[in-house]
Ligand binder design. Sequence first.
Ligand code: FES
Ligand SMILES: [Fe+2]
Length: 447
Amino acid sequence: MSVRGFSQETRYSGYHRTREPAEDAELTHVRPGTPCGEYLRRFWQPILMVSELGAAPRLVTILGETLVIFRNGKGEVGLLHKHCVHRRASLEFGRVEENGLRCCYHGWLFAPDGAVLETPGEPPASRLKEKVFQPAYPVREYKGLIFAYLGPPEETPEFPVFDTFELPGSESVTYCVPYGCNWLQIMDNSMDPVHSSFLHTSISGPQFSAIFGALPVVDYHERPLGFFYTNARRVGDHVWIRTHDNVAPNMAQSGAVTSLDGGKERLFGRAGFSRWIVPVDDTHSKVLALRYFGPRSDPPRDADKTPEAFQMLEAGGLRDRSYDERRRHPSDFEALEGQGAIVVHAAEHLGTSDVGVAMRRQRLRASIRATQAGERPVQPMDLAKGGRVPSHAGDTVLRAPARAGADDRAAILALSRQVAAIYVESEALADAERQLVVERRLRELSQ
Ligand code: FES
Ligand SMILES: [Fe+2]
């Protein structure tokens, strides 16, 4: 197959391929006014962990915009454009007060919503403050994360609450891991379970679990909010069906992490973490996440709540390692950042194992174009049942011994489709009831 922009698919074609085609700007550029930037701005996005916001105002860059975030004396969080509307001083040097943030230059005081509360250098009768507003965005604190909505205010969607955020008996902690590359290659990685068998097992040695060495049977399911997929493996007499959510535009959930054991029955285990792949700018991203501990994900252990544990969970390796070590045991950091600051799609050669990546990009492009055409994207809360958005990520392990003479991969695929159908058919039930129904139906599948 010849690649767009190149005519030479032959041995020793280096010379003919030195001029790289451009990146796919429509899917990767996120600044204000870009097609993808406009699409991503239609959703609530986490921008910071609550623990990262201290008493002083600070800068936070998100979707290519550098903003100032602060918490006033009343505890309210404000997210403002960086430059003061008066004469453009940076509000990062402002002073936090009871009601808002006071600019260091001439003392204008701004409320969290951008209202000008005081203009002390103006005459007392001045009405200037009634006519001027500091540009601001709405924020929402939830489970230790600060979310913001950077889109048109008249389209502000309802704040999304997924079932996984509120599971009974579950504890959540936040983490943040930065990446030095475009957001889409991190998102693509979350639709690519095949790399776990190579990067995270045979190439680098088992980084998550040796069980990942077996090439999974993967099956994708398209849903109104995005995709979920199953990757299933045989583990002795059991089949381990691991399910991942890939929710548009940039959220992903996977199953348990430390309690991975495909050899023991598990029925409808739930997500071990929810993560948002948030673009900082076109060439930097950060993953902000909720990591879950509880009876349906992983047992709580202090060792799993350290910055190192979160990096291992994110990428399979630590960021701060010697170059030699990174070459011997590369992780997702090396694989994804090594693709370049913005991966060039036109120079890739996708195969059948990249079908998830290709489907997701196609859907993303369609959503971006629909937004450009004035359509409102489907929002998570459009699909909510009882105030929670149903999701699927987690682990089910069923007893299903291989049959002599039968095609085992076909049998594993058929079983994973039955499991996926049970997950989908139970979406309309509220969580406690859903758990009971799904467990009962899965038990019937076990042999
Ligand atoms: S520049 Fe901010 S008050 Fe003058
Ligand atoms: Fe990975």
